[in-house]
Design a protein. Structure first.
Lengths: 255, 255
DNA sequence: GATTCATATTGGTCAGACCATTGTGGATGG
DNA sequence: CCATCCACAATGGTCTGACCAATATGAATC
């Protein structure tokens, strides 16, 4: 009856996780820094190499570590910074699991893209505007393929998010848009009156661009919201039930 | 010169990842479903058990899988749904890596909590309001400990997010608030005029609660924004530079 | 001095073993 | 017949040790 006995002994890979995380949170590990070799770290922490590898996989899944083989500085496991991929996979999977009803995602997207649009009117540089025009031009091609249009559409929204200059909002926007790329393409394929729809989207995109170019924040954010809402209303009926549209949402959650 | 030769052979654990992900995205795997035992899955896919385990760790890091030992239905690896933990770790690490400047995070938080407040006025149930009142009461204790106040503060904002009924927004809000719990506690400890500050926060919280209770969406979201902004202005000077406050933000990105 | 090649380093993978936890069903005893 | 207990099997967690593949480095060669 000496010690209360630890209720749950930390698992081996969690020891490694803790080692890396605490160093990152304490500012001792920065982007670009190399971790010790797996064998060495395993020896240091008194765990097996498999435990180290599982911890590394966990952090790599968060976009925090990146491993590459080979000797010298190019090889090894390093601290990295690619949050968007990780966020995208995260959203894609949880949306598919109906953890996040599509309606909820659209609502979040509106809030984020409103902010993006507002910030973009303040922060957009010439190069940002050029990227937006490029995406607009790509969508303007007559008789454009649905898939190509979808890609350019994504690129346009991503360009706005990038122009906003807020990395978190930009990454979240990218992740949301990318996580819905396939479902949206699916809806594009099934929707009727494609030509009519695409003309409307083009006009809305152009209007948003003008608002940003003219630095009219209020107009820009309202146009963005209106754009997302109307597109969603148009596409929702063609949206495959597979993607989990509002089954059990609360009464007021509709968009 | 037959095949273009795969530029990068899929790694073993990616085969497993693909196997699980495609089944989730195709709707063949739902929350609660059990995966085959690791040994069995390894055999099926022709990879080693370690490869399976690394893939499982990757998906567990996203909050998509959960493993537990033991025989029967209780043991095994199952599809799960705990996105908030995963999001929280994700944000905490990337904020610490200065991938996401704190100013950016605050801005995103404002956008999300504005939405939460608006939705809460429409969707809050009696039990949600009770949870909010409970957090308010916890913050009202005279001479309250800074750490306890911080916890109750978090609980209050989380309660609003929960009342909104949008799971994605709620999880993002929780993740953002939780990821800043330690830095905020740090700032609390260093800030001067604590009593004055905490009185102001209490009053703002109460005002937000009344707006939600009275179902005044516009007032609620404006009060929330004002609350977060003023708290941040108050705390920013005491914020440890370690947490990466706006070093290289664009000119217009200040809050 | 440039090129080539052996070598060391490092992550990626695998096989096989043992442990700890947990449910199950059969044996045991009332 | 029922309740209790226990051996056993299933499953994830961990470890060891080995080999492969990619990559940088430096020595040997031209």
């Amino acid at each position: 009856m000496t010690a209360p006995a630890p209720l749950s002994a930390p698992r081996a890979f969690e020891v490694v996780l803790e080692w890396v995380e605490s160093r990152i949170l304490a500012g001792q590990l920065h982007v670009g820094d190399l971790l010790p070799p797996e064998r060495e770290l395993a020896r240091q922490l008194g765990v097996s190499r498999s435990a180290v590898r599982e911890a590394v996989r966990t952090l790599a899944a968060q976009g925090v570590l990146r491993s590459s083989v080979g000797a010298g500085g190019a090889g090894g496991t390093a601290v990295t910074a690619v949050p968007s991929r990780a966020l995208e996979r995260f959203l894609r999977l949880h949306v598919a699991l109906a953890n996040f009803p599509v309606d909820d995602v659209i609502q979040a997207r509106i809030a984020l893209e409103r902010l993006s649009a507002r910030l973009a009117t303040a922060n957009a540089r010439a190069s940002d505007l050029a990227a937006m025009r490029e995406a607009l031009a790509a969508m303007d091609v007559a008789g454009i393929d649905k898939s190509a249009f979808n890609d350019a559409d994504t690129a346009y929204h991503v360009a706005i998010a990038g122009a906003a200059g807020n990395r978190l909002v930009a990454d979240m926007t990218v992740a949301i848009r990318e996580s819905m790329r396939l479902p949206l393409l699916d809806a594009f394929r099934n929707v009727g009156e494609w030509d009519d729809l695409v003309d409307g989207l083009r006009a809305q995109h152009q209007a948003i661009y003008r608002a940003i170019e003219e630095r009219d924040a209020d107009r820009a954010e309202d146009l963005v919201e209106e754009h997302i809402r109307s597109a969603w209303h148009r596409l929702a009926p063609s949206f495959d039930r597979r993607w989990g549209t509002s089954e059990d949402s609360r009464p007021g959650t509709q968009i």
